[in-house]
Design a protein. Structure first.
Length: 167
């Protein structure tokens, strides 16, 4: 299947400013430990309540990348509900990719508060910008999404601005 990159670009440009469905999540100790181990974290604050308290945290913290790295905070969709490239879960399922295959192009994080075990939150993604670029192997669509993570008490936790590359 060939994808008309220009048509996909036009569809995405028309969606700039749109927000995806709010996503709900919760930070729990087991998930924090698993993410910390998988990402190579060695600081004991991620594995020990005593170490976290000694470092001044009221609960065990999560690594800052955890919120933006998890694509689906629930059970997730069935495999046959995914796009051919495996995307389309969680925070990006609402975007009109128009058949583009998507890969990550980097992200920047602004951490507003410690991410602590027991915190429940809502994440709201917004399509900020879409540009068309020419690469060595053809046209690429650069997609900028900002996702704001807020604790249930309204406290801002994290803002993630990420670039996706579509082809």
């Amino acid at each position: 299947m060939t994808t008309d990159v220009t048509s996909a670009y036009d569809g995405l440009r028309g969606a700039i400013g749109a927000q995806g469905q709010p996503l709900r999540g919760a930070l729990d100790i087991v998930s924090i430990e698993r993410f910390a181990r998988a990402s190579g974290e060695i600081d004991e604050i991620y594995y020990s309540d005593d170490a976290a308290r000694a470092a001044g945290y009221s609960a065990r913290p999560a690594p800052p990348l955890m919120l933006s790295s998890v694509q689906e905070w629930g059970g997730g969709p069935a495999v046959d509900a995914l796009r051919p490239d495996g995307s389309g879960v969680g925070k990006e399922s609402w975007l009109p990719f128009g058949g583009l295959q998507i890969m990550g192009g980097g992200q920047s994080l602004d951490v507003h508060a410690p991410l602590l075990a027991g915190t429940t939150f809502t994440a709201v993604p917004t399509l900020e910008d879409v540009t068309l670029k020419s690469g060595g192997s053809g046209e690429l669509v650069m997609i900028t999404i900002t996702t704001r993570y807020m604790a249930d008490d309204g406290q801002p936790l994290l803002t993630c601005t990420e670039t996706l590359i579509g082809r």
